[in-house]
Ligand binder design. Structure first.
Ligand code: URA
Length: 286
């Protein structure tokens, strides 16, 4: 497909360079071009727009690398921008294909004026039903972590790298059990939507929950184990980024030691966000 498109664009460039200003294209020609390009992105009356789409490299033999959207936010206040972004994600043909019938695409939730934005991996079983991030068991724990900071869910913004639940083969009952981390191509498709949420909310700092969020937000910065990057400040496009464990890690290892590790990271977040820290908070899980 790419070869055919390259040949066409090369020929159009050659014609343009030789002074040709327009080329008649028959209905059959348009139909053939549509077939090469794939399903059309539905036109939206108002921006934001997917200004262009880059094709991700094939990965793990998966036949269908999703194109990477480029989001251009419309002018307007944060609420209008967020609503427009949500519509864009809802209309994204890749998101629509990836989300299972009857399940929901998931965008972030919380205060659009939040100073702190938490970023997780991907929706799980509960999230794809409710269409909201972190509403299952990991979400309950995240709520407690936020509560420990003397904040509530509505004071922060909570997003994910992914807008859909990465698929696994369904069980005999037709239900997906378990989750898998997203592929690089899947992450590349959703990251522009997370970036747009960061642009809209404009938080003072970001907290990556777990390895997938760290991988997505640290971009090309390679790391092996999460311990190599956790508990330290990094940079995400000029914004401080703290990497810590995913709440599900604590659910799997509910010891005071692991709770303290994640809590120490959150104490650093509180300090950087100029939140008051009481002696009691300082001593949690010691
Ligand atoms: N885990 C995540 O990373 N995100 C969710 O929204 C839920 C569970």
């Amino acid at each position: 497909m790419r070869l055919a498109l390259n040949a066409i664009t090369d020929e159009l460039r050659r014609l343009k360079a030789s002074g040709v200003e327009s080329v008649p294209v028959s209905d059959e020609g348009i139909a053939s071009l549509r077939a090469l390009v794939g399903p059309a992105v539905p036109a939206r009356p108002a921006a934001p727009q997917r200004a262009a789409a880059r094709q991700a490299e094939p990965e793990n033999g998966r036949p269908e690398p999703p194109a990477t959207p480029v989001v251009v936010l419309p002018k307007g206040d944060k609420a209008a921008q967020w609503a427009a972004l949500r519509q864009l994600v809802q209309d994204d043909p890749v998101c629509r294909t990836k989300v299972r019938p009857g399940k929901k695409i998931v965008l972030g939730v919380g205060s659009l004026d939040a100073a702190i934005m938490f970023v997780g991996e991907a929706p799980g079983a509960e999230e794809e039903v409710q269409g909201e991030p972190f509403v299952g068991p990991a979400g309950q724990l995240l709520n407690k972590m936020i509560g420990g900071m003397a904040l509530s869910r509505g004071d922060v913004y909570i997003g994910n790298i992914m807008n859909w639940r990465p698929d696994l083969p369904l069980g005999p009952d037709g239900v997906q059990t378990g989750n898998r981390p997203p592929t690089d191509a899947e992450m590349a498709h959703c990251l522009p939507y997370l970036r747009a949420q960061i642009d809209i909310v404009n938080p003072r700092l970001l907290v990556a929950l777990g390895a997938t969020a760290a991988k997505g937000l640290l971009g090309g910065k390679a790391f092996g184990a999460l311990g190599e990057v956790r508990g330290r400040w990094h940079d995400f496009s000029g914004r401080p980024l703290m990497v810590t464990y995913h709440p599900s890690y604590i659910l799997r290892n509910p010891t005071n030691r692991t709770k303290r590790l994640i809590w120490e990271d959150l104490l650093k977040v509180m300090e950087r966000a100029n939140l008051p820290v009481s002696e009691k908070q300082r001593g949690f899980f010691l």
